[in-house]
Structure formats: structure tokens, C-alpha cells
Write a protein that binds this ligand. Structure first.
Ligand code: 13P
Ligand code: SF4
Length: 300
């Protein structure tokens, strides 16, 4: 293990590469990353970097967003099939039909979407800025929100805007938590704050003390103790790792994203050695998708 880590470090230095890791990645991957964060933090960062090589430890849509925002760097996804099931719940073709049935609407796409869907959308958002993005749509306009019905309906409630959601969801957040988990954990951990990701079912979100992105949760635990976390387990595990003195528990150990867990140290080493797997987004789609991502970044 030590050998792999030193080989990664040596290659990183010789190639002037950087490693970015999403908050759900395994502890050893996050530990070795130069930067960790949520989708928005990593997207903002990617746009600013000028390293020739960036290894993106996360899932495909995140690496694609980095490639769109930073065409000068070579963006590598260490595991070729690390995807996001929610992103695949709507295609560009389905979005075109959805738009035709609601003419004059504004399309907001969650960043957890394909490049084709981003290219068909007016503005992109992440879990940390969905409310701000919807508020930026002129009052009176209907918002079509794709693909996440849970984030879309939570943001609609916060803004009071008319939002029609696509019927997509994250299987991890949708099926990973139940009200029974909340009853059990609140009884076991009284006086703890329950933080939920807005991808969770409304039944969970409505019972949470705070609703926020993974980056928001990271910031929250910097200043607080005694929290129950309702999001993918990688975040809780990393928080426990860096704050061993704090009381941080997961609402349910079932909430594991198999795609986020595919990346191992061996894959990061192979990515650096063979410069694989390069993310290449066709130029015209990248140009259109960038418009919706840039609109989001202007608001963030
Ligand atoms: P964050 O932007 O909050 O990190 O969420 C990304 C994600 O995929 C949640 O499942
Ligand atoms: Fe996609 Fe859910 Fe995994 Fe996030 S946790 S990457 S939304 S499947």
C-alpha cells in the first residue's frame, strides 16, 4: 500500500498532475487527494486549474463537468464505468420531448446528468445552489427540473415556484433511508442534529433538522458535534476519520453508492501511469452544455 502511494506521489509530481476526490470516495482516496469537495466545489475548482493532468476520483458526470470547464487539462476518470444511475434516468431525446410538452418553460438540470441533457438545458444546478438557481428564473415561468424529483420538489418548496420534475431519483438516497431509521436513531442519539441530503425522499427531508449538500455537511461538522448524517456513507466515514473526537453517525449503513466505491488506489496509479481514461466531450455538445454550467457558476 505504501508503495502504491509513493508511486502515485512520484508520478503526480513528475507529470504535474492533481488529484480531485468527491466527498463520497473511500478514505484512502480522499486522503491522497489534493482537493476534496462536493459537486459545486469541484466544478468551480476545475475551471481554475491549469495542471496538464487532473485525475478525477468520482463519477463520470463530475469528470465531464470538469472537462467542459477546463478543456486545456486532460481530465482522467480512473474507472471507466464509474457512472451515476440517476444521471442515466433521462436522455437528451427524452428531455426534448419533455420540453415540447411544456413550451415556454425554463429547464433546470441537476449537475448529475449527461452532457446531452446539460446541452438541452437552460441552466444547471447542484444540490448546494438549486434554490438560488430556481430563484433566478423570472417569476411566472414554469421550471422543468431534471432528473431528480426529490431535489426538484424540495427546491420548489423552498422557493414557492412552479416546478415540474422529471421522475428520476438517486437509488442510494431514495432507498437507503426510512422513517424507521429516523425513529431508531433519534431514540439512540437524542440531542443529535439530523442533516439530510436533498436527494433523499421528502419523507426523510421533512424530518431533518437541516438539508444541505455534502460540502454543506462538511462545513457544518467543522463547527458542530453530535450529528446524524443522511447521505452516502463515504461522507460520514471520512468525517469520522478526520474528526475522531466528534460524535458523527450515519442514519443508515445501507446508503452505499457502488459507483463511488469503484475507485481504488490501484486505479489511480493506473490512471497516472497510462493517462487513462481521458474524458472527451464532443465539441459542439460541450459548447452548449457549458452555457448552462456557466450560468450556474455566475450565480454561485
Ligand atoms: P453533492 O454535490 O452534495 O456532493 O452531491 C453529489 C451527489 O452525487 C450526491 O449523491
Ligand atoms: Fe449518483 Fe446517487 Fe451515487 Fe450520487 S450517490 S453519484 S446521485 S447514484
Amino acid at each position: 500500500m505504501k508503495d502504491i502511494k509513493s508511486r502515485i506521489k512520484a508520478l503526480k509530481d513528475s507529470k504535474n498532475a492533481l488529484i480531485l476526490a468527491h466527498n463520497y470516495q473511500a478514505i484512502e482516496i480522499q486522503d491522497l487527494a489534493d482537493y476534496r469537495g462536493d459537486s459545486l466545489q469541484l466544478a468551480v475548482l476545475s475551471a481554475r486549474l491549469d495542471n496538464p493532468l487532473i485525475v478525477f476520483c468520482g463519477v463520470r458526470f463530475m469528470a465531464e463537468t470538469a472537462a467542459i470547464l477546463n478543456p486545456k487539462s486532460k481530465i482522467l476518470l480512473p474507472v471507466q464505468d464509474a457512472g451515476c444511475p440517476m444521471a442515466d434516468m433521462i436522455t437528451g431525446e427524452q428531455l426534448r420531448t419533455f420540453k415540447q410538452t411544456h413550451p415556454g418553460s425554463t429547464v433546470v438540470c441537476y449537475v448529475n446528468s449527461t452532457v446531452e441533457v446539460k446541452a438541452e438545458s437552460d441552466i444547471c444546478c447542484t444540490s448546494s445552489n438549486a434554490v438560488k438557481v430556481i430563484q433566478s428564473v423570472p417569476i411566472g415561468h414554469t421550471v422543468l427540473f431534471v432528473p431528480d424529483r426529490n431535489l426538484g420538489s424540495w427546491a420548489a418548496k423552498q422557493t414557492g415556484r412552479k416546478v415540474i420534475t422529471w421522475d428520476g431519483y438517486c437509488p442510494v438516497h431514495q432507498w437507503g433511508f426510512s422513517s424507521e431509521d429516523i425513529i431508531r436513531m433519534r431514540a439512540q442519539y437524542p440531542h443529535y442534529q439530523l442533516l439530510a441530503h436533498p436527494e433523499c425522499d421528502p419523507e426523510i427531508v421533512d424530518q431533518a433538522d437541516e438539508v444541505m449538500s455534502t460540502g454543506g455537511m462538511m462545513n457544518y461538522v467543522k463547527a458542530h458535534d453530535k450529528v446524524i448524517i443522511a447521505t452516502e456513507t463515504g461522507l460520514t466515514e471520512y468525517m469520522q476519520h478526520i474528526y475522531p473526537e466528534k460524535s458523527i453517525v450515519t442514519l443508515s449503513p445501507k446508503a452505499v453508492c457502488a459507483d463511488m466505491k469503484k475507485t481504488r488506489l490501484e486505479d489511480v496509479l493506473a490512471a497516472l501511469e497510462h493517462e487513462q481514461y481521458e474524458i472527451q466531450v464532443p465539441q459542439e455538445i460541450a459548447r452548449k452544455a457549458k452555457i448552462s454550467i456557466d450560468r450556474m457558476l455566475e450565480l454561485s
